[in-house]
Design a protein around this ligand. Structure first.
Ligand SMILES: C[S@@+](CC[C@H](N)C(=O)[O-])C[C@H]1O[C@@H](n2cnc3c(N)ncnc32)[C@H](O)[C@@H]1O
Length: 365
């Protein structure tokens, strides 16, 4: 559409016609491209706070954003829209626009971590030895509340608080726009007696909250599916009684939560920092269901299967990246990372596991 005044009047008329949402958004986009800022401003001021579909409002916001560079009236208008809507999508558009204008934010090209590294002690303290944004991927399986012998929290709230304190350090050491991937699943506490009900904790739901509060945003949930014979039997009671309400299915899945560190730029910027030739092989997992058998280990009660680490490293890091497991346990992730030519940074606080990790050729800092 042209940029003449007549055309603009026609677009205003079209906007008030009974259009479907996509067309209306297109009309707003065309209005936004006109150079007659007075008329465009009057239109936006009158329509941007009325009851339109949010997609149409986003288009109006986009116009206000782009015209704000040379016209303060639009700057005030876009701030007023941000205030009025308090909308996360508009906030993200605003952040991205500001980032593009300033071009100040640089990704961490040079790392000071050149060798596999071990941090011994509580990761809330030990991660402080790592400078900001040195890590390109975090993959971990934190303690599942009090499910295994190594964890001991006074309450579920205390557990979540401790996890959040660890995530704070994870956020700081992770580079902008990179992934943090957490393997968790619901756990149940043992009953204190037959008269008491046990509590089942949906840890993965609560991790969403603490991850987003820590500055990460949701990307995907990958479901790790195990063979049924490898998981505890919960269905036996129902099979015997066939009573409704007593149904407890065998749980053959765990969550692999994929989150990205907030960044005002698209993932392309992260990808483009690498050599163009650096690509994976042809084998892919095309769905979010990964079928992997669990692994048992005589030295640790909850180890990652190597295959799980391989997939995560393959899809979420490049060769040469510094990658971190802040709850390393037996160090499966570190072992696979080294094999796949990444540089692992492992944190562990348990003395027995540390003693084993030390045999793996890590530099202790
Ligand atoms: C679920 S296990 C991880 C197992 C690991 N994925 C593997 O393949 O062996 C969690 C580990 O985190 C350790 N841990 C718990 N809290 C920690 C903390 N605050 N700092 C460092 N390590 C911690 C525990 O000792 C335990 O070994």
């Amino acid at each position: 559409m042209g940029a003449d005044g007549e055309n603009l009047e026609y677009l205003f008329e079209l906007f008030y016609a009974d259009l479907d949402i996509d067309l209306k958004r297109e009309v707003v986009s065309s209005i936004g491209r006109h150079k007659q800022n007075d008329k465009v401003f009057d239109f936006l001021s009158s329509e941007a706070f009325k009851n339109h579909y949010m997609e149409v409002i986003y288009q109006m916001f986009r116009t206000a954003l782009y015209k704000s560079k040379n016209d303060d009236r639009f700057l005030a208008l876009k701030d007023k829209m941000l205030q009025f809507y308090k909308n996360e999508f508009m906030q993200k558009m605003n952040d991205y626009y500001n980032f593009r204008q300033s071009k100040k934010l640089k990704l961490t090209k040079k790392t000071e971590i050149l060798k596999p590294t071990l941090l011994c002690g509580d990761n809330r303290q030990t991660l402080k030895k790592i400078k900001d944004r040195q890590i390109k991927l975090i993959f971990t399986s934190p303690p599942y509340y009090n499910a295994k012998i190594y964890s001991d929290y006074k309450s579920y709230d205390a557990y979540l608080l401790a996890m959040k304190e660890s995530l704070k350090e994870c956020f700081r050491v992770l580079d902008d726009g990179r992934f943090i991937i957490i393997n968790v699943s619901p756990v149940i506490t043992k009953r204190a007696g037959r008269e008491f009900e046990s509590i089942r904790y949906p840890i993965h739901f609560d991790f969403h909250k603490i991850l987003t509060e820590s500055g990460f945003y949701f990307i995907d949930e990958i479901i790790w599916i195990k063979p049924e014979f490898s998981v505890p039997n919960r269905i036996g009671g129902y099979i015997q009684s066939k009573k409704p309400l007593s149904y407890k299915p065998n749980c053959i899945t765990e969550s692999i939560l994929v989150y990205r560190k907030n960044a005002p730029f698209l993932l392309d910027k992260n990808i483009n920092e690498y050599d163009k030739e650096l690509k994976n092989d042809d084998t892919i997992d095309s769905t979010n269901c990964w079928y992997i058998s669990p692994k048992s280990d005589k030295n640790h009660p909850a180890v990652f299967p190597e295959e799980l680490c391989e997939k995560v490293l393959k899809y979420y890091s490049f060769k040469g990246d510094v990658v971190c497991d802040p709850f390393a346990g037996s160090g499966t992730f570190g072992k696979v990372a080294k094999k796949m030519e990444r540089i692992p940074v492992l944190c562990e606080q348990n003395k027995t596991y540390i003693a084993n990790l030390k045999k793996g050729g890590y530099i202790e800092i």
